[in-house]
Design a protein around this ligand. Sequence first.
Ligand code: PDD
Length: 287
Amino acid sequence: MGIAYLNGELLPLEEARISPLDRGFLFADGIYEVIPAYSGVLFRLDEHLERLEHSLREIQLDNPHTRPQWKKILQSVIEKNGGGNISVYLQITRGAPAKRDHAYPEHCAPTVFAMTNPIATPAADTPDTCEGVAVITMDDIRWARCDIKSIALLPNVMMRQHAVQQGSAEAILIRDGFATEGSATNFFIVSNGVVVTPPKSHLILPGITRDLTVELCQENGIAIEEREVTEIELKKADEIWLSSSTKEIVPVVTLNGNSVGNGEPGEIWKSVAHLYVHYKRKLCGEA
Ligand code: PDD
């Protein structure tokens, strides 16, 4: 089961205990991050910690640690779990005050929890044999602060489960005629040779993988635009990709049962996947 971190202690995951009064349990009053590590090296850590700081600030929860302290904590969990290619799940809640009350408690220590999970070989590592995934569209039923990486994920869980029950890997969400993101991924389309992804707003999570993909396109002369994508554009796209820290960049080959492009991972996806893997190896070494 591995070694977890809980409030300053490293211990076997099955021995970690959290109070039922924890506001994460009672109110989903907390935030989280998922940070990949390759060959034991944390990937884009500063970007993840910056987003963590944003989430904490927006819910008025004091950051319990400095960036060097976070780095030390995360590194220790990775080392205790054998390094290699693993992702760290980090969650901070508003702690466990004596009484359940909606308003924020005063003087309550937060609960800080981290654990690791192995990363399966991402599609971008094997672009020439990757088959791609099926995706459906669904109404975006979430709240209007999707920029906060909140642990309140019931809408995301419901939408992902619906997608899985339809034999799909993910749902791309539609709000007022525009595609926002996936239930646990950002998305890109390719239309007439131009890569497009929705701009950052309160309606999407500012994905670390999304930002890196935008950067890689910009630095390598691949035309990219950050702008709204209508549902119609999504359905007519030549390529669709999903991105997240644990999946990297994944090509979508069917949308609502219809082929995307020629029904195979697209050429621009392949180029960007190569760039992504190259960048990763440069930063973290060979796995
Ligand atoms: N999910 N959008 C949503 C709603 C997400 O939950 C995620 C990540 C992303 C992609 O963000 P990033 O590239 O920073 O991982 C976009 C994580 C992996 C999860 O909940 O497990």
